[in-house]
Design a protein around this ligand. Structure first.
Ligand code: FES
Length: 106
């Protein structure tokens, strides 16, 4: 059963930034795209790289290990680096509740 976990205060992550955060026992990557928050599992589907330590430009994060790119709003891999294969980073539901960002973990 899913559980809602308090992640970070929204003020801690300005627009255009991302970072890894522990959500209970699960490491997730949090992204702020123009004030909208998105959360992916902090594990690139290529080889497990930490997406939360990647470079975020608009809604696209570039994995710091081998440069694959993902749309953080969907988790879908983008561009030629993924070899055109439908790779998907696991997305988690999140919501802003007052000053906190909360995430649903499985
Ligand atoms: S582990 Fe992310 S691109 Fe290779």
């Amino acid at each position: 059963m899913a559980q809602t976990v308090q992640l970070i205060r929204v003020a801690e992550l300005p627009p255009g930034q991302c970072r890894p955060v522990m959500a209970g026992d699960l490491e997730v990557a949090v992204f702020n795209v123009d004030g909208q928050f998105y959360v992916l599992k902090n594990e690139c589907p290529h080889a497990g790289g930490p997406l939360g330590e990647g470079f975020l430009e608009g809604p696209v994060v570039t994995c710091p290990w081998h440069g694959w790119q993902f749309d953080v709003t969907s988790g879908q891999a983008q561009g030629p680096a993924s070899g055109g294969r439908p790779r998907q980073a696991q997305r988690l539901r999140c919501e802003v509740d007052g000053e906190w960002l909360k995430v649903e973990v499985p």
